[in-house]
Design a protein around this ligand. Structure first.
Ligand SMILES: [Zn+2]
Length: 785
């Protein structure tokens, strides 16, 4: 006991402590210790500060366990605690981590609509004298409102002393998965364990209330890249260079859905982009040629806030760069079939840098290393730190052999550091402050502004600049476009360069510091990206607030002007469109006072029903484009615009009109498809699937409905589940037919059957699928919302 006196007006204070103990009336295993203490100060004034630590010891005499009466729990078998883990979690972390990395048990919050792993920690006294238990099973009773469901464990374990339990061993705890349909609001979970051979021998029940927080999904627009450029792997077939189809994205996003703190990855659309440039890249140059691919994807993103994911096929020779992602632009690219790589690139888009690599035989040392990444002493530098839980199999991932998604080591999973950081970074869907009223037939969507705060979230003009600065300060300006957009992310490395917009009278109407990507200024320190040891040329991509009054743009290095260019009058451009069945054929004519028409660049954009402008293709110098109606979906009324830029000044030509949405051979699709990741519905199986099967729901235009309502049925019509996940362990050994139905929540309904085999070894194989005819709506006239 220690006393720290702040000022010395009295020699002595007096602390008196009294302890009393008793057995809890509700649980005879609990001892309640009551402490009372009093503090007196001789002066009678509360003018001295003391701090003290009171330690006490309880000595208890244990009763021997006696055989339980029928219906009573055994005294030698206790469920000590439960860990709740949706991908990663803190739990008893002081046993394997140093103090800086220890956080309270179960302190990582649980996300609604995301499957949840449960691990029961058991204490069993094999010397109790009662009939020994060789193998332990158990169950969870989950109460959601008035609905109660029993969950069976993934494993059967050998019971042991709690002190002998090793959290890194999956077989030391009894593990369960709560499917996402149960993970909503506040639920009650009651757990007990019992002798696998004799369920009458069971433990007392422990009870926990779980609260799930509502988190946004990651919205991703899917872009299949049809590669027609020179970088082709030897022997690659045309099929291995063609754009991956939409279902390839469903398979790709499984990993992201497992590891990230999200209820889902929402596919917001699908399109094919042709790409003919070089792509073979050198990882020592960061993203290298992938930067150009990301630029093309950025053109597609327009003023959208969802992320754009470009997917290459396996025949493309990518050199030493697997994929690339950019936070600033909300775009990333990867390759078909590599879900963990997709998760890594999406991590970059969500603002994560690389976990460090301390061993070049295990991982390439990344350029853009996160200096704040935790140091888990004794583990690899890119370790997850805490064990992971794979809710689709019940498997435990050991931080000694699995690595954080932001590292280069494999296998990848996720640790608390990345998981918690991503939690705050998933974009919130545009809420009431960014609602755009549909002004149908008037050619524009007017923003409805809720100006209830100092900061008002509306679209305002940005100039999307792309420039590079060489060591000799030569500035290369690439064509920029300006158009209204919501606030845009910027890179995190400040440079010594600024951009200034000046009006005709020489007044500064805009001035912004320029930022660069850390991979562009990786070497040297303390001198900034533009400093003498930065990497040259310095590549800058930034969205700069734009003022229509600007007549000149200047680039400064500190106070030295190193480049300037006049901003001429914007080109004038006129857009027309004609309906060509499967396509809408857009043509435009542009005129510029200051630049030859053939030097202009264009971006064609279409407007979705939320008022968001999205690119139909990357920027082009062509003056026409055929746009597949697939992209526009069920919208009959189409609003499109073409942006024409002579370098800075951007003119706009708008077109709007009705198109025929149904056309020969291709009815308007209403209805949704239910996709099993990794299962190609077009070709015969079998395909192995995870015991907790989680399907995705996508409509005919590659869009996932918001929170699809899925119901599951057996051969005999009995409903056996709801939600995207179904636990296949409920099926008998042999062949079964499983039917899933998606209720119509606006995108149409869908239904699918699968033949599923459960093997004697406990594997699950999808043998074949048949879609029950999706309802179609060929008489769309007047029905399109
Ligand atoms: Zn990376």
């Amino acid at each position: 006991m220690s006393f720290d006196r702040e000022d010395g007006d009295h020699e002595w204070g007096r602390l008196q402590v009294e302890l009393s103990t008793g057995i809890s009336s509700t649980d005879p295993r609990d001892v309640e210790v009551s402490a009372t203490f009093g503090l007196s100060d001789h002066s009678g004034n509360w003018d001295d500060s003391y701090s003290a630590v009171i330690q006490y010891v309880v000595l208890a005499e244990l009763d021997p366990a006696v055989p339980p009466a029928p219906g009573d729990p055994r005294g030698d078998l206790i469920v000590v605690d439960a860990e709740f883990n949706q991908a990663t979690q803190h739990f008893r972390s002081d046993k394997h981590l140093d103090a800086a990395n220890v956080f309270p048990d179960n302190s990582i919050r649980l996300i609604e609509d995301k499957p949840t792993g449960v691990r029961l920690y058991v204490d069993y006294d094999r010397n109790s004298g009662l009939a020994p238990i060789a193998a332990l099973s158990g169950d969870l009773q989950v109460t959601v409102g008035s609905f109660v469901q029993t969950i069976t464990p993934w494993n059967v374990i050998v019971p042991r002393r709690d002190t002998e339990t090793d959290r890194m061993q999956g077989g030391h705890t009894l593990n369960f998965t709560l499917p996402e349909s149960l993970c909503t609001g506040a639920i009650r979970v009651q757990a007990k364990v019992f002798d696998a051979a004799d369920p009458t021998q069971f433990s007392a029940t422990i009870e926990r209330t779980l609260t799930f927080i509502d988190g946004p999904a990651i919205p991703v627009f899917c872009v299949g890249i049809n590669y027609t450029g020179p970088d082709v792997k030897p022997g690659a077939t045309p099929a291995e260079l063609a754009a991956p189809p939409q279902p390839a994205f469903t398979t790709l996003f499984t990993f992201m859905e497992q590891i990230y703190p999200i209820p889902a990855v929402t596919q917001t659309g699908f399109m094919v982009m042709n790409y003919a440039e070089e792509i073979k890249s050198d990882i020592t140059k960061g993203c290298d040629k992938f930067s150009d691919l990301l630029d093309a994807l950025r053109d597609l993103r327009g003023d959208a806030t969802d992320f754009f994911f470009g997917l290459l096929n396996t025949g493309v020779d990518r050199g030493t760069v697997g994929g690339c992602g950019r936070e600033r632009d909300g775009v990333c690219a990867g390759v078909v079939g590599r879900g963990d790589l997709a998760g890594h690139e999406m991590g970059h888009v969500l603002g994560r840098k690389h976990a460090p690599c301390d061993n070049v035989t295990r991982c390439k040392r990344p350029i853009d290393t996160d200096d704040d990444y935790p140091d888990y002493a004794g583990y690899a530098s890119d370790s997850m730190g805490e064990p992971g839980f794979d809710t689709s199999t019940g498997a435990i991932l050991d931080p000694a052999s699995a690595f954080d998604v932001m590292g280069y080591s494999k296998p990848r999973w996720i640790g608390p550091y990345t998981y918690k950081a991503v939690m705050s970074r998933v974009p919130v869907p545009p809420g009431p402050s960014v609602q755009f009223a549909q002004a149908r037939g008037t050619g524009s969507s007017e923003p409805v502004i809720y100006d209830d705060d100092e900061w008002i979230l509306i679209k305002r003009p940005y100039l999307f600049i792309r420039l590079s600065i060489a060591r000799d300060r030569t500035v290369t300006w690439r064509t920029a476009f300006h158009f209204p957009a919501l606030p845009q992310a910027i890179d995190d490395q400040p440079t010594d360069f600024t951009i200034e917009l000046v009006d005709t009278k020489g007044n500064v109407v805009g001035s912004e510091c320029l930022f660069a990507n850390a991979s562009g200024c990786g070497c040297g320190s303390g001198c900034g990206c533009g400093g003498t040891t930065g990497k040259w040329p310095l590549a800058i991509r930034q969205a700069v607030p734009f003022d229509e009054k600007a007549a000149e743009v200047r680039v400064y290095e500190c106070d030295n002007k190193i480049w300037s260019a006049p901003i001429p009058a914007a080109p004038s451009v006129k857009l027309t469109a004609s309906d060509e069945g499967e396509f809408v054929h857009f043509c435009w004519e542009a005129e510029s006072m200051d630049a030859p028409a053939r030097s202009l660049w264009f971006v064609l954009q279409w407007q979705d029903r939320n008022g968001t402008w999205r690119g139909c293709a990357p920027r082009t110098q062509a003056t026409e484009l055929r746009v597949g109606k697939q992209l526009i979906g069920r919208q009959r009324h189409v609003v499109a615009r073409v942006l024409a830029s002579s370098g800075i000044a951007t003119g706009v030509g708008t077109w709007e009109g009705e198109i025929d949405t149904g056309y020969r051979g291709r009815p308007v699709m209403r209805g949704v498809e239910i996709q099993i990741p990794g299962v190609d519905a077009e070709t015969p199986g079998p395909w192995p699937v995870k015991p907790l099967l989680r399907v995705s729901v996508v409509d005919g235009y590659g869009r996932s409905p918001h929170r699809p309502r899925v119901r599951w049925y057996r051969d005999d019509g009995m409903q056996i589940g709801r939600g995207r996940s179904i636990d296949l362990r409920g099926l008998p050994v042999g062949m079964s037919t499983l039917r899933a139905v998606v209720l119509d929540t606006g995108a149409g309904m869908g239904e699918q059957r699968w033949r599923i085999e459960r093997t004697r070894q406990g594997a699950f194989l999808v043998q074949g699928a048949s879609t029950t005819t999706s309802p179609t709506d060929t008489t769309s006239k007047g029905k399109t919302p």
